[in-house]
Design a protein around this ligand. Structure first.
Ligand SMILES: [Zn+2]
Length: 260
């Protein structure tokens, strides 16, 4: 799934305006736009931000666009219900780490431990807890950096492990925040992975790494590729179905774009 870019200005022009509409008990902002190429009214819901647009055939017809949205309320409500509520990595947020929900809490490192970084797992807490030191407003950035580092080290470990079995070495490994792919392998033997994999259970991350390592040998999804993959990760249907069932939910944490 590709997430298309949308303009997010809040100005009103001759060709666009914003109106509020009550849908299912909540107030939803509707962005009304004129597009002379449109033959009729079209309503759209951005699947990653929940922005609702109505495209009207002309500026003059903008006034009636809201009526059109009103008629499509239940369709809009259904689309909005499918969009995961974004979770910032702030203090108090429940976030996933290796498939286990952790709560983010403020904390201070014991004297002498400060050098080990501002984020750590609190082994003494009653429930899985990630501690972050410093001021609360810096917590999201710190937790995000820490998750990326955790992802990198787990991915590196796996790369070394599987690359040895397959007898191939990647040129480099990058950690990204990709919207549609969990991992990729280029023809120049560069691997890249989404940091969000660290939130999934370990068997999922392991599978994605093994999958990309197999592409170092087989740059396709043919029978030889899958045989090799199966030999590294028996029962790969399990991680595959985990990703198709839950993958989209990993994007609700630390959303790439702020929701309006
Ligand atoms: Zn593949």
């Amino acid at each position: 799934m590709d997430r298309k870019k949308t303009k997010n200005g809040s100005r009103t022009t001759a060709h666009a305006k914003r109106e509020l509409l009550k849908i299912d008990g909540r107030t939803v902002e509707i962005i009304l736009r004129a597009n002379p190429r449109a033959r009729r009214y079209i309503v759209k819901v951005d699947p990653s931000t929940g922005e609702v647009f109505v495209v009207a055939p002309s500026s003059r017809s903008l006034d009636r666009a809201l009526d059109f949205a009103r008629k499509e309320r239940s369709w809009i409500a259904d689309r909005l219900a499918d969009i995961p509520v974004p979770v910032p990595l702030a203090i108090g947020a429940p976030i996933l780490l290796r498939g286990v929900e952790h709560i983010v809490r403020l904390g201070e490192r014991a004297p002498g431990e400060a050098r080990r970084g501002p984020v750590w797992i609190d082994r003494d807490a009653a429930r899985p807890t990630i501690r972050v030191s410093g001021s609360p407003e810096h917590a999201p950035r710190r937790v995000l950096d820490w998750l990326k580092k955790e992802a990198k080290s787990r991915i590196d470990e796996n790369v070394v492990h599987y690359a040895q079995i397959v007898g191939m070495r990647p040129k480099r490994i990058t950690i990204r925040d990709t919207s549609s792919r969990w991992g990729s392998c280029s023809s120049t033997r560069s691997l890249s992975f989404s940091w969000r994999l660290i939130m999934a259970p370990p068997f999922v991350l392991d599978y994605v790494v093994a999958h990309e390592i197999c592409h170092l040998r087989e740059m396709n999804h043919g029978p030889r590729f899958w045989r090799l993959c199966e030999s590294l990760v028996p029962n790969m249907e399990k991680p595959q179905s985990w990703l198709s069932d839950n993958g989209a939910w990993l994007h609700r944490y630390a959303p790439r774009r702020a929701v309006m």
